[in-house]
Design a protein. Structure first.
Length: 276
């Protein structure tokens, strides 16, 4: 009778060993590590992000440098330095693990993660840490190309580091949009078209010509485009020095886009989690 009681006690649900939730940082870096390890296996993600901006960087310089620098009053204007931030922005915008997240959703891996004690927010933030590392790395080849073409940093090595971090922050700010689409739709085609959101940012701004040389209507639109202030901030770090008023406006523009995009991504994450 005692043996039977002991056997019954040992089978009680309270004695079953259960998984214990890990810490927030542990979950965060586990997800980030998985994202980083997947990058070398997907060269189709980062090779175009290097090649295409570098191609247009060279083409724009070849087509517009002499024309732009020949404008009266532009004798000390360096179009190569002017164009390098544009090439960087094109390289880092839209780079994210959102397509991989869609794959996880479609294969059921994301649902299995939700059955574990893993906290929900690191499921998104961990991927964005991997994105930030990749985006910062993608700026290096374009900067090296700029060095080869004769572009230098007026602010020295500290300016170089700040320049890379600023590009990384912009890339991170924009990633909220593709993640919001990925979590909301679980559709790879929808995520692939998220880059269209960048087109108004890219072309309705001072990406190819100085702001002062734009026509009236385009100048008015560019004045309200956050990318105008981000490009200006990167350009002064590159060519003029630590002009904190301009740099501050660029960081503020990044912050505004970050708040909007990440709010959308977090709302989509909550919606996805609540469906399960």
């Amino acid at each position: 009778m005692t043996a039977t009681t002991d056997l019954s006690d040992s089978a009680r649900p309270a004695d079953v060993i259960r998984a214990r939730p890990s810490g927030f940082l542990s979950d965060l870096f586990t997800i980030a590590g998985r994202g980083l390890r997947s990058i070398p296996r997907e060269p189709e993600v980062f090779i175009p992000a290097i090649f295409i901006p570098a191609f247009f960087f060279i083409v724009n310089i070849g087509a517009l440098q002499d024309l732009t620098e020949a404008i009266p009053g532009n004798s000390d204007f360096d179009y190569r330095a002017f164009q390098m931030p544009t090439a960087i922005i094109f390289a880092v915008t839209g780079i994210s693990r959102a397509p991989g997240l869609v794959t996880d959703i479609q294969t059921g891996y994301f649902d299995r993660l939700l059955l574990t004690p893993t906290r929900r927010v690191p499921l998104l933030l961990g991927l964005q840490i991997a994105d930030f590392v990749l985006v910062c790395a993608l700026t290096i080849p374009v900067i090296i190309l700029g060095f080869i073409l004769g572009v230098g940093f007026e602010t020295g090595i500290l300016g170089f580091v700040f320049f890379v971090l600023m590009a990384g922050l912009w890339g991170l700010a924009f990633t909220g949009f593709p993640y919001a689409i990925a979590l909301k739709t679980g559709n790879p085609a929808a995520v692939a078209t998220s880059f269209i959101l960048f087109f108004p940012f890219a072309f309705l701004t001072s990406s190819t010509v100085p702001f002062e040389r734009m026509t009236g209507w385009l100048q008015t639109i560019a004045r309200f485009n956050p990318l105008t202030y981000i490009l200006d901030a990167m350009r002064v770090v590159l060519s003029d020095g630590w002009e904190w008023a301009t740099i501050g406006k660029g960081l503020l523009a990044i912050g505004i886009v970050f708040v909007i995009s990440q709010s959308l991504a977090m709302a989509a994450l909550r919606g996805r989690v609540n469906q399960e």
